[in-house]
Design a protein around this ligand. Structure first.
Ligand code: PMP
Length: 356
């Protein structure tokens, strides 16, 4: 969901960009105005996410999925090994792609385990790797499809494990603090909390640059992206403007702290409703539940389609679960007002009474 003011700014920019008599879509990326736009985006991101000068901010004209390939090409050499923490659908896709380029270990993410089990997991990792240090460890902070989120950052587990940590934060960036210092790289598609599709963001610690394999395509080489200030070729001007407008909206709304508070409020309301009901269920352990994506199922067979149809009639749209999982999924990104969740729970209550 896009915030209303962002949608209006995009609409206006198409017809007449800042009173210049031309559409934003006609703006040259070689213009001073575009330079100012890039500067504005970088400055706002640095401030909102507290990004230090140690990190490059890269705007990439592709989605998170292409980072799945770019990451091993940039950071994993032919002899090395990388760890992939498996927590759901997207971490699995990232590992599948990395496997084309090098040796990886897939580990079950130490998410819902006791301290003893976690310790044992770390020992297994150390034994498997022997004296070899992994090139990096990759994890997905919020599994969009499974509704699973890491409760704390993996650096807590990798404190004794000195290797770069890389996170796919596509579906939770800008909804909570990110502790960037614990990461060598954080990346995210734009179309959830950063505006619209056609763009992704990569924050990379500068000392990580310069390791890309020689056959790495130029546009996937993070060092090239840094050296060209994210303009290695014609950049996607419209999604970059959408990002700027989204950042301005977040600033006005109170920044990350406000986004985080709202995310907790929205998801608390929905989870407590689900947990109290006899019809709906979410099986993700409490500690791991996502604040952004709430998948749930109906316990009685045959009721999912009528539930979704009734929801649609009430203006509650796009609630069907991912095609790989079925069921229902409420995606509660930054722009979703609490009223959206209230209306959803009202419909859930009414439907449960009808079929109780
Ligand atoms: N990672 C996560 C966590 C996602 O949610 C998505 C998309 N929903 C992707 C990666 C893939 O992003 P894209 O489609 O922009 O390549």
């Amino acid at each position: 969901m896009l915030p209303g003011p962002v949608q209006e700014a995009l609409q206006q920019s198409l017809v007449d960009f800042e009173g210049q008599g031309i559409s934003l879509l006609s703006l040259s990326h070689r213009s001073e105005r575009f330079d100012a736009l890039m500067h504005s985006v970088q400055t706002r991101l640095r401030s909102l996410l507290e990004i230090s000068d140690e990190y490059e901010i890269l705007l990439c004209g592709f989605g998170a999925s292409l980072h799945f390939s770019a990451i091993p090409l940039n950071f994993l050499n032919e002899e090395g090994v990388a760890i992939y923490e498996m927590s759901g659908y997207w971490s699995d896709r990232a590992a599948d792609e990395a496997e084309h380029f090098g040796r990886i270990w897939r580990f079950q993410a130490p998410l819902n385990v006791s301290d003893a089990a976690r310790q044992q997991g770390m020992e297994v990792r150390e034994q498997m790797l022997g004296p070899e240090l992994p090139a990096y460890v990759h994890y997905c902070s919020n599994e969009t499809i499974d509704g699973v989120s890491w409760p704390t950052l993996p650096d807590q587990w990798y404190g004794e494990f000195p290797c770069p940590v890389i996170a796919d934060m596509s579906s939770d960036i800008l909804s909570r603090p990110i502790h960037l210092d614990a990461h060598a790289m954080v990346y995210a598609s734009a179309q959830k909390n950063l505006g619209i599709t056609g763009l992704s963001l990569a924050l990379i610690r500068k000392d990580m640059l310069g390791q890309a394999r020689s056959q790495t395509p130029r546009l996937l080489n993070y060092e090239v992206l840094a050296d060209t200030h994210s303009i290695p070729n014609t950049p996607p001007v419209f999604p970059i403007f959408a990002l700027e407008q989204t950042l301005i909206w977040i600033e006005k709304e109170g920044g990350i702290a406000a986004m985080y508070a709202r995310a907790r409020q929205r998801s608390d309301l929905l989870y407590s409703f689900i947990d109290a009901s006899e019809l709906y269920m979410n099986e993700v352990p409490q500690l791991l539940r996502s604040l952004l994506n709430v998948p749930f199922a109906l316990r009685q067979p045959g009721l999912t389609d009528p539930f979704l149809a009734g929801a649609e009639e009430r203006g509650l749209l796009q609630l069907q679960g991912h095609r790989s999982r079925g069921g229902v999924r409420a995606s509660l990104y930054n722009a979703m007002p609490i009223e959206g969740v209230i209306r959803l729970t009202e419909w859930m209550r009414e439907f449960e009474q009808q079929h109780g």
